[in-house]
Design a protein around this ligand. Structure first.
Ligand SMILES: Nc1ncnc2c1ncn2[C@@H]1O[C@H](COP(=O)(O)OP(=O)(O)OP(=O)(O)O)[C@@H](O)[C@H]1O
Ligand SMILES: [Mg+2]
Length: 238
């Protein structure tokens, strides 16, 4: 088996003096999908923030074999780690197209950027129809699509998503997850996906990690996590 694209060992993170992560270990396989599950306040969002260098963190974080635990946020991004935060983080006053251009701001290959605009409009045709519309006037689902599309314009190797299904209707969620599956399978982009909807996340993922109060309670192949009695009762509801 090839080396994981993301290898995290002993990850700790702090908000001021308060430690929110207490030694978290997990991996994302190269070309794989890892789901991060857990109750409200467990530390899921904190994991993504720590990986992106948005908060103080320590531990051994390796991306494509390279330690990234001391890098600034923009340098983590430059290496090919894109972060779609909770609440989506689109610029509401800017148009769809302007938001997308921001996703490509570090790139100098204009032709490649043009091709990637077509590519993301292929994934999300609704964004193409609304390319001149102000992002703040998009529906919640369209804003989530825009946030993912903007991240893809960085041409990431790893896409980290924080609750992409949050607050969206089932049909829109299904569309977004279908596209995430395509991005993973057809383009080889690895995914690290935080989700409250455990069933949906486990369908997409090959591995899962269950977080409880800043620690890993359980991790392993999705099938094993899905079959775990405690997970079934607490997160899958059957
Ligand atoms: N900016 C902050 N300042 C202080 N504490 C914070 C901050 N953000 C989060 N925390 C705390 O860190 C812990 C983990 O929060 P986090 O947002 O990572 O949880 P989560 O698993 O993403 O929850 P949810 O499912 O509700 O999004 C919680 O106890 C939370 O109160
Ligand atoms: Mg969260």
């Amino acid at each position: 088996m090839s080396a994981p694209i993301l290898d995290v060992k002993g990850l700790e993170a702090w908000y001021g003096p308060a430690r929110a992560l207490r030694g978290v270990d997990f991996e994302v396989e190269d070309g794989g999908v890892t789901a991060v599950l857990g109750a409200n306040g467990a530390g899921k969002t904190t994991i993504l923030r720590a990986l992106s260098g948005l908060i103080r963190r320590s531990g051994d974080i390796r991306f494509r074999g390279r330690p990234i635990g001391a890098l600034a946020t923009e340098d983590v991004a430059r290496l090919g780690v894109a972060h779609v935060p909770d609440g989506r983080g689109t610029f509401t006053d800017l148009t769809v197209e302007e938001n997308l251009r921001l996703g490509a701001y570090v790139r100098s290959d204009r032709q490649g950027v043009r091709e990637d605009f077509d590519r993301v409009f292929g994934f999300f045709p609704r964004l193409k129809e609304r390319r001149r519309q102000q992002a703040g006037t998009l529906s919640g689902g369209e804003q989530q699509m825009l946030a993912i599309a903007r991240a893809l314009l960085m041409r990431p190797h790893l896409l980290m998503l924080d609750e992409p299904s949050f607050g969206l209707a089932p049909l829109v969620v299904a569309e977004i997850f279908r596209v995430l599956g395509e991005i993973n399978r057809n383009e080889g982009v690895s995914l690290l996906i935080v989700e409250q909807n455990a069933s949906l996340a486990l369908d997409l993922a090959d591995r899962a990690v269950l977080i409880e109060t800043g620690r890993v309670a359980l991790s392993g192949p999705s099938q094993a996590i899905r079959a775990d009695d405690a997970v079934r009762r607490a997160y899958l509801g059957y």
